[in-house]
Design a protein around this ligand. Structure first.
Ligand code: CP3
Length: 346
């Protein structure tokens, strides 16, 4: 077990994650740091994404920006899912408007040796940035994160973003031993990346399996679930663990088997329906990010609907059903935070 830093007992976010009654429904947004904020664009000017992730003062500033502006109940650490992969020496670049691009994709058994274990010293800038943030954040909890093995493997095998994940699925089925070799090494890397953040002071973690929805339930169970379970096991019993994927309505029960305390629900499944299927889980979600671009009346009505549906769950952390869209107006996100707080404060 890792040594988690004790955190403020009254945080609505942590109370909700633990299945306790929070003073109000907590709210934060996936991809709240970066993307739409003008102060983010200013802070990042002239610095590449990966360089920014390796600069503790900048990480601290960007992580704080949405906390200051929106008054959200949790901060998400500013980094990226490919940071630990770049840290072990893989040649990865984050191309603006595209996403992670890998110079030499992994496809064969010989490529396995390129996935060495992550040493905490490889990401000393993460430890330092988390330490700075805990001082800045006061009582607001910090969420650490990692990409899940399947989602990371897809970038490494495809060489970049992919719509159909065809090469990944083909490798899984035709060379299952190579697949499990890649995914188990990624699980170790991502488990270590989570542990580093928790040891440094992160009070919760989220595992992003953004592309898991591309798998059938049977394939998810065989090729992804064991590796995500292993990745999350490293921080079990130390902090609440949130598990999230997109288009994963058919995988809700299977993904819950990883043991995460909180299940992320994307916007395609109403929370009350998800609550019937996962009565023992705290749910996180699930306002459609596109609604943030709607007028105030529609946005408020939909926010209220999500809050109401969330009451069916064991606990509810309000969030979007996926990340903030780049065109989002920060004022609209503030409206959502205020509405959730106003309507749920006990
Ligand atoms: O608020 C936050 O969530 C900030 C931290 C964060 C980033 N990426 C910063 C980032 C987190 C949690 C992520 C996770 C991430 N990265 C995921 C899982 C979440 C999801 O959206 O499903 C994935 C799949 C990635 C891979 C990745 N990195 C993509 C698809 C992109 C977008 C490319 C683009 O420009 O549209 C990135 C780059 C990235 N990661 C940016 C940020 C702020 C944009 C880079 C920039 O501003 O130049």
């Amino acid at each position: 077990m890792v040594n988690a830093v004790p955190s403020s007992p009254e945080s609505p976010f942590l109370a909700a994650c633990r299945g306790e009654e929070p003073g109000r429904t907590p709210v934060w947004f996936m991809r709240q740091a970066g993307r739409s904020l003008p102060e983010y664009k200013e802070a990042r000017a002239g610095t590449s994404m990966l360089e920014a992730c390796r600069t503790p003062e900048l990480v601290c500033e960007i992580t704080m920006q949405p906390v200051r502006r929106y008054g959200v109940d949790a901060a998400i650490f500013f980094s990226d899912i490919v940071v630990p992969l770049a840290a072990i020496g893989l040649d990865i670049e984050i191309v603006p408007g595209v996403g992670p691009v890998v110079a030499e994709p992994l496809r064969t058994e010989a490529d396995l040796k390129r996935l060495r274990n992550l040493d905490p010293c490889d990401v000393g800038y993460v430890t330092e940035a988390v330490g700075l943030l805990r001082k800045e954040l006061g009582d607001t909890p910090l969420i650490g994160f990692a990409g899940a093995p399947f989602t990371l493997a897809s970038y490494l095998i495809e060489g970049g973003p992919s719509r159909d994940h065809a090469k990944t699925k083909a490798l899984m089925k035709s060379q299952p031993a190579v697949w499990h070799g890649i995914a188990s090494r990624l699980a170790a890397i991502c488990g270590e990346f989570l542990r580093v953040q928790v040891e440094a002071g992160a009070q919760a973690v989220q595992l992003f399996d953004s592309w898991a929805g591309a798998l059938s339930e049977a394939d998810y169970r065989e090729f992804a679930l064991p590796h995500s379970t292993a990745a999350l096991a490293g921080v079990a019993q130390s902090v609440p663990r949130i598990h999230f994927g997109v288009g994963t309505g058919h995988l809700l029960e299977a993904m819950a088997e990883t043991g995460a305390e909180v299940s992320g629900v994307d916007f395609r499944i109403p929370l009350d329906e998800a609550a019937k299927r996962l009565p023992d889980k705290v749910l996180q979600g699930n306002l459609d990010p596109a609604l943030v671009l709607a007028d105030d009346a529609a946005l408020t009505a939909e926010t209220d609907r999500v809050v109401a549906a969330g009451r069916a769950a064991k606990g509810h952390v309000f969030n979007l059903g996926h990340g903030v869209l780049p065109d989002s107006d920060p004022g609209k996100l503030k409206l959502v935070v205020d509405r959730v707080h106003e309507t749920t404060t006990r």
